[in-house]
Ligand binder design. Structure first.
Ligand code: HEM
Ligand SMILES: *[C@@H]1O[C@H](CO)[C@@H](O)[C@H](O)[C@H]1NC(C)=O
Ligand SMILES: *[C@@H]1O[C@H](CO)[C@@H](O)[C@H](O)[C@H]1NC(C)=O
Length: 526
């Protein structure tokens, strides 16, 4: 008898030191906190008439397996299509997982729920940790801020997007000529168009934003030297690329983003920011008369912004924010468009016909007649771009964080008609990539590339959302569509023959902050 008491005393004494250790305290708090937190949420959900959607099948007990699976698919270039496959199992278009009982993540592809997050319940959601993920490169700007900081940014930048379109088209032609030189230099051998588009968009974006291009398209292969010499010009495109890849990795790490902050990342950020600073200082040193004079040559975003603020940090941050928002997205659109056109010769020929009827071809191309207004009249070209953005939206998956306890209008319960409870701090992830492929909106052939379908589409509302919706809708929509239309039209005029050399379909896609083709767009052109 006494030996049992002794043993119990020993046990108690051995336990005591552990009870005062930090990990034990954390453990005890967690095993009491997690059930209480979940009980409270269950009660709130019940009071509001909410029910959960189905649980993610591959989540596993802790929810961690689901995330690991997602990372695996991402690395294989199959994340977006895997998401599409997974949602076949959830006919009411929403599901959820609960990471170790602490973080609820609701995944939805239901247009009604997306509309709630982005528009009707806009104030219930924020960007969450995006600022922390992206700040080392982007600082405080329209793309990283919430609340009043975002409102002020948007109010300052928005007017700039109304006026720029007309001048913009003219500034594209010189860069396009260099793209054409590259294409011809391949002599109808296989080459990667996507790489050229990435360089093209960095060149046009720097010219439009800063007033001068970094001319990354000029390289040793062409053997012509660039028309200017800006300090840091040569490695800008590469540094910008690398920085963005790190930013995307940080975003994928969610709350563990601070693990990713290597020297290479910091160095690349410095290079990119130095170049922006160079232009900002230059613009701030212009006299008002010089600025007026410069503005006459064509629209430069920086010169217009300088009339609104003279704070160099604000100028630098906003310019880089727009660069990140606008550059890869447009390169992606161009790449996917040419990828599909090269696989669909009848679409390419029909498109060429429309372009040639309007603007001529080859030697007889009427380049000056290609403007913002005349491009808008090319219905088939618009349908081709619509269809490309449907199948390959540049931002395939996106997230918002709940700023307070709230709900999503539907997807909960066995028949998907109940609202879903979303506690403060949880994540709502939505994928327009999947929404854009739902058969109930697009028909049985929803996964096929068919620009003709746009002749019959009347109203899609929130089921078609390549540029987002609500108060944070993309500011650059017209800008991007004009640039892409111009490039596709000019290529159609110059190169009658376009042949795909890719054999994997659906193509592997790499999803960073935005989506592009995993390895490139391999074609032959003449
Ligand atoms: C094919 C091209 C493009 C696509 C598909 C696209 C798509 C998007 C999407 C989905 C968002 C919302 C991101 C979010 O709120 O999480 C966005 C925001 C934004 N985009 Fe675009 N974009 C494109 C091109 C451009 C271009 C060329 C520019 C500028 C020159 C631009 C400027 C912006 C800005 C400033 C925002 C932030 C708006 C805000 O938060 O208030 N975009 N874009
Ligand atoms: C930038 O990255 C894209 C895709 O990640 C790649 O296709 C392109 O070649 C890169 N460009 C440069 C200049 O490194
Ligand atoms: C392209 O999509 C937009 C947005 O849904 C639509 O308003 C427009 O009519 C479409 N254009 C064509 C030519 O299909």
């Amino acid at each position: 008898m006494s030996s049992i008491i002794d043993q119990a005393q020993d046990f108690g004494q051995n336990l005591l030191p552990y009870l005062t250790k930090w990990y034990t305290i954390v453990f005890l708090i967690l095993i009491t906190y997690i059930p209480l937190y979940n009980l409270k949420n269950a009660y709130s959900a019940w009071r509001l008439g909410c029910q959960n959607p189905p649980k993610f099948r591959q989540a596993g007990f802790t929810g961690v397996f689901g995330l690991i699976e997602a990372v695996k698919k991402k690395n294989a270039g199959r994340l977006a299509d895997w998401g599409d496959e997974q949602f076949q199992y959830y006919p009411h278009h929403s599901m959820y997982l609960n990471v170790v009982g602490l973080l609820k993540i609701v995944f939805t592809v239901d247009p009604e729920n997306i509309k709630a997050v982005l528009a009707t319940q806009f104030n219930d959601f924020s960007l969450g940790t995006r600022h922390a993920h992206l700040a080392p490169l982007l600082g405080d700007g329209i793309f990283t801020l919430d609340g009043n900081g975002w409102k002020d940014s948007r109010a300052m930048l928005r007017p700039q997007f109304a006026r720029e379109q007309i001048a913009h088209v003219k500034s594209l032609e010189p860069h396009l000529q260099i793209v054409a030189k590259h294409i011809r230099s391949n002599n109808f051998k296989t080459f990667d168009l996507q790489e050229l588009f990435f360089r093209f968009t960095v060149d046009t974006a720097t010219e439009f934003l800063f007033g001068e291009s970094v001319h990354s398209l000029y390289d040793d292969k062409l053997g012509i030297s660039p028309p200017n010499d800006i300090p840091g010009r040569e490695n800008f495109a590469e540094a910008f690329n690398k920085s963005q890849n790190y930013l995307a990795s940080r975003a994928y790490m969610q709350m563990f983003y601070f693990f990713i902050n290597p020297k290479e990342f910091r160095d690349c950020n410095k290079k990119v920011q130095h170049l922006a600073q160079y232009f900002v200082n230059k613009a701030l040193n212009f006299t008002p008369e010089e600025l007026e004079e410069k503005s006459k040559d064509g629209y430069v975003f920086l010169y217009e912004l300088v009339k609104q603020t003279r704070n160099p940090q604000v100028l630098q941050d906003q310019l880089l924010n727009i660069m990140v928002a606008g550059r890869d997205t447009t390169a992606g659109l161009l790449s996917f468009t040419m990828f599909e056109l090269s696989r669909n010769p009848e679409v390419w020929q029909k498109l060429r016909q429309e372009i040639i009827e309007n603007f001529g071809e080859g030697e007889n191309a009427k380049v000056e007649s290609i403007t913002f207004e005349t491009l808008k009249k090319c219905e088939y070209l618009k349908a081709v771009l619509n269809e490309t953005l449907r199948l390959y939206p540049s931002v395939p998956v996106n997230f918002r964080t709940a700023t307070r306890d709230t709900t999503l209008p539907r997807g909960g319960g066995p028949d998907g008609t109940k609202p879903i409870y979303v506690p403060k701090g949880s994540t709502v992830a939505y994928s327009v990539y999947v929404t854009h492929r739902l058969e109930e909106y697009y028909g049985k052939d929803s996964r096929e590339f068919k620009p003709e379908r746009w002749e019959n589409i009347k109203r899609l509302g929130w089921a078609y959302l390549p540029f987002n919706g609500g108060p944070r809708i993309c500011l650059g929509q017209q800008f991007a569509l004009t640039e892409a239309s111009y490039v596709v039209a000019r290529l159609a005029q110059m190169f009658p023959t376009l042949e795909s050399q890719d054999d994997v379909y659906p193509p592997k896609k790499c999803v960073h902050l935005t989506m592009n083709l995993d390895e490139g767009v391999f074609v032959k052109m003449k």
